[in-house]
Each structure stands twice: as C-alpha cells, then as structure tokens.
Design a protein around this ligand. Structure first.
Ligand code: HEC
Ligand code: HEC
Length: 138
C-alpha cells in the first residue's frame, strides 16, 4: 500500500516533467521542406542532404542547379521550385528506382537513399547525367 502510493507520486512527477519538456522543447528537429512528393515529408535535413549530394549530385555528375532553378530574386537556388524539367524527370526516376527494387529485388519498403537498395541512380548513371549506352558499343 505504502509502496504503491510512493510509486504513484514518482510516476506523477515523471509525467509532469515529461510533459513539461515536450511542451517547451523547440521544434528545431522538424524540417520545413515544402514541396516533397516522393521523399518522406518528415525527412531529416541530414538524410535529404545525403540524397541530394551522394545519390543525385555524385550519381549523375552534376551540381544542384542541374535540377534546381535559380531563385526569382537572383540569390542562389529555389529548391522548392519545380521550374526545371530535370526535377520532375528525377521524381519519375526515383519512382522507377524504387519500383525496380520492390518488384525485382523484393525490397518491401524501398526508400531513395537507403543502404538496402540494390539498384540506385548510380547503377545506371555511373556519374553521368546521360547514360546513353555508348559504353556498351566499345
Ligand atoms: C538530379 C536532380 C537533383 C539534383 C542534382 C539535386 N536535387 Fe534537390 N531535389 C531534387 C528533387 C527531384 C527534389 C524533390 C523530391 C521530392 O519531390 O520528393 C529535390 C528536393 C530538394 C530540396 C527540398 C525542397 C523543398 O522544400 O521541397 C532541397 C532543399 C534540395 N533538393 C537541395 C538540393 C541541393 C543542396 C542539391 C545539391 C547538393 C540538390 N538538391 C541537388 C532533385 C535534385
Ligand atoms: C534503370 C536505369 C536508371 C536508373 C536506376 C536511374 N536512371 Fe536516370 N536515366 C536513365 C536513362 C537511360 C536516362 C536517359 C533517358 C533518355 O535519354 O531519354 C536517364 C535520364 C535521367 C535524367 C534526364 C537527363 C536529361 O536531362 O535528359 C535525369 C534527371 C535522371 N535520369 C535522374 C535520375 C535519378 C535522380 C535517379 C535515381 C533516383 C535515376 N535517374 C535513376 C536510367 C536510369
């Protein structure tokens, strides 16, 4: 009886503390990407950066501006804009890549950027934007 009471007090305090922390903690962990249609909307900035740099930039041998349009105010790139067709083509390529992994390599939840993928952008692109099959002609 006594022990139960003490336990109740402890649980009560812990709950209060936890709720307090949850209420005051800053929302800094939540990212603010506004135009994700294929990637998870709550993706961390670390994971998104990794995909953009390792999979896309290096996989295709291009820089960010190959897919991302210039900002209207002339300062840098507008990453949320869909003005460049290369961005929409990339979305189709992302869906295709996930589809290949799912259908032919039996991955249940293939996600772009995941280590588990058998086929990635780089499998076909090998550091080039235009995999034209010229390699095979040699
Ligand atoms: C091969 C094309 C390609 C390249 C290169 C590329 N991106 Fe992206 N990026 C995309 C696509 C496609 C999306 C949207 C993904 C989606 O809809 O889920 C995107 C989305 C983003 C977003 C999220 C924008 C928003 O608010 O919705 C950021 C930020 C971003 N890219 C940054 C970069 C940076 C920085 C680089 C260079 C290091 C880069 N990207 C290179 C294709 C590219
Ligand atoms: C199964 C092979 C394959 C995979 C995987 C693949 N691509 Fe492609 N991609 C191609 C081929 C082939 C072309 C050229 C198509 C053409 O010339 O019409 C191409 C073209 C593109 C282009 C258009 C270049 C241009 O301007 O014409 C972009 C952008 C692109 N891929 C992005 C990606 C991204 C990003 C990924 C990974 C999410 C990816 N691709 C995965 C085969 C692939």
């Amino acid at each position: 009886m006594k022990i139960n009471k003490k336990l109740g007090v402890v649980v009560c305090i812990l709950t209060t503390v936890t709720l307090g922390v949850a209420a005051t903690s800053p929302k800094s962990a939540v990212t603010h990407y506004t135009n994700l249609k294929v990637l998870p909307k709550d993706i961390s900035s670390k994971n998104l950066q990794q995909i953009m740099v390792d999979d896309f930039q290096d996989g295709l041998g291009v820089t960010c501006s190959f897919c991302h349009a210039n900002a209207k105010d002339g300062h840098g790139l507008d990453f949320a804009s869909d003005a460049k067709p290369e961005k929409e083509i990339s979305r189709a390529m992302m869906r295709m890549t996930m589809g290949i992994n799912k259908k032919y390599f039996k991955l249940k939840h293939p996600l772009i950027g995941s280590e588990a993928l058998t086929v990635t952008c780089n499998t076909c692109h090998k550091g080039e934007a235009f995999p034209d099959g010229a390699e095979g002609q040699k």
